[in-house]
Design a protein around this ligand. Structure first.
Ligand code: ZN
Length: 116
């Protein structure tokens, strides 16, 4: 039986990816607003509001959904009811979920990339 070394597989994958993808995974995305908060429909009788953000570094798109609630005193709230990410091709790294310490390995791979 072969033992699969997921740490090494992750490192090999990281070394082939655009550094922008790896940097976003390490330090989070750089969001800017594509479409600001706008009415998008209804959810369970409440108004549903949407906002679309894009990452200026890697191109990931985040779509956020909120329910608009109005309290008895007239004060409104936007309560998060979910969000969806649309990643660029090859952004998803299946090995991240199987490696022993994926974020630490990812960080070290960026450290090496910056020193060569
Ligand atoms: Zn990004």
């Amino acid at each position: 039986m072969t033992i699969i070394d997921y740490d090494k597989l992750l490192l090999e994958r990281l070394n082939k990816l655009p550094q922008a993808y790896v940097e976003c995974r390490d330090t989070r995305h750089l969001w800017y607003t594509d479409q600001d908060l706008h009415l998008e429909g209804e959810i369970s009788g409440r108004q549903r509001v949407e906002r679309v953000l894009s990452c200026s570094r890697c191109g990931t798109v985040k779509t956020e959904h909120y329910a608009l609630q109005t309290a008895m005193n007239g004060v409104q709230r936007l309560t998060s009811v979910g969000y969806r990410y649309t990643y660029p091709p090859e952004y998803t790294i299946p090995e991240m979920g199987r490696a022993d310490a994926p974020r630490e390995i990812l960080r070290a791979s960026r450290f090496r990339a910056g020193t060569t």
